[in-house]
Design a protein around this ligand. Structure first.
Ligand SMILES: [Zn+2]
Length: 78
C-alpha cells in the first residue's frame, strides 16, 4: 500500500531529463481516435521532452487525482 502511494507521487512529479524542470501534464485528445491522451511536455522548452500517454488505466487514475486536488470550474456561482 505504502509503496503504491510512493509510485503515484513519483508519477505526479516527473522531471525533464534535459533541464531538470518539472514536466507539465495536459489532457489532450487523439486527432483520429478522439481518445483521451495525456500530453507530457517540458515547461522550459518543448524540444527537451514531449510525449503522450494513452494508457487508459493510468489516465483514469490520474484523472481521479486531478478531481481530488483541483476544484472544478463552476460557472453557476455568481
Ligand atoms: Zn527541459
Amino acid at each position: 500500500m505504502v509503496i503504491n502511494e510512493q509510485v503515484d507521487a513519483q508519477h505526479q512529479s516527473l522531471h525533464c531529463p534535459v533541464c531538470g524542470q518539472p514536466l507539465s501534464f495536459r489532457l489532450a485528445r487523439g486527432r483520429k481516435s478522439n481518445k483521451p491522451l495525456l500530453m507530457v511536455m517540458c515547461l522550459q522548452d518543448g524540444r527537451h521532452f514531449r510525449g503522450f500517454i494513452g494508457d487508459r488505466d493510468y489516465l483514469a487514475k490520474l484523472l481521479e487525482h486531478l478531481e481530488q486536488g483541483q476544484v472544478p470550474v463552476n460557472g453557476d456561482q455568481h
